[in-house]
Design a protein. Structure first.
Length: 222
């Protein structure tokens, strides 16, 4: 199937209250435009330089999501245009995002990445670390950051019960933090292999790449 057919098939399975982020990392601009032409506007990228290049070349009403592991020294490269930074996994990174937002006179939306998987290779705050940071009041000092919600990556497993447990735990924590941060509205979890399960557990944003664009392997730049 074409990118447009794949996208329409996936979109038809996603409730209206859930945002579909089409993960376009390593995909050519032509494939992104295929999705754009049938109404897709949210795209996710993992590499800063690739994101900057695509932003410069593609329509300006695209909402770009940075979904990779962001280094503090590269925040300034995307701060002016990024729609949402997923995967903010430390206070240090949040402070740098705030610093760049202040320089631009804008507020930058972020998701705090929570560690929920059984793999040490994944990043994120523990529930306790995040809870302590939020309740400390330090976030109130960061006037140019908006914590729009939480993000989590489930374990790389086919065990649906394990994933259900991880996503349900994240949703419970999201509900807890929402009492302190009532403006939070995004819970991002679920990818091509498990997005339906994640939505069942409360996800409001899913990141889907291979099921839309197909598998593609080459070394990306950036």
């Amino acid at each position: 199937m074409s990118v447009q057919e794949q996208l329409k098939t996936i979109a038809g399975t996603i409730p209206s209250h859930v945002t579909l982020v089409a993960v376009s990392k390593t995909k050519p601009n032509a494939a992104i435009m295929e999705a754009y032409e049938v109404g897709q506007r949210d795209f996710g990228e993992n590499y800063v330089q690739e994101l900057v290049s695509k932003y410069e070349a593609l329509p300006k009403d695209i909402r770009w999501h940075f979904i990779g592991h962001l280094q503090s020294n590269k925040v300034k490269m995307i701060a002016s245009f990024v729609h949402l930074i997923h995967g903010v996994d430390s206070a240090k990174l949040l402070e740098e995002i705030n610093k760049q937002g202040a320089k631009l006179g804008k507020t930058i939306a972020c998701l705090l990445q929570i560690f929920i998987a059984q793999e040490e290779t994944k990043f994120g705050w523990s529930f306790e670390e995040c809870r302590n940071f939020i309740t400390s009041g330090k976030l109130n000092e960061l006037k140019h950051v908006k914590v729009a919600g939480l993000m989590g990556m489930g374990s790389n497993t086919a065990d649906a019960q394990q994933l259900k447990k991880e996503y349900a735990g994240l949703k419970t924590f999201f509900d807890e933090l929402k009492l302190v941060l009532p403006d939070m509205n995004t819970l991002s979890c679920g990818m091509s292999s498990d997005y339906a399960l994640a939505i069942e557990q409360g996800s409001t944003m899913v990141r889907i790449g291979s099921s839309i664009f197909g598998e593609r392997e080459y070394k990306p730049k950036g």
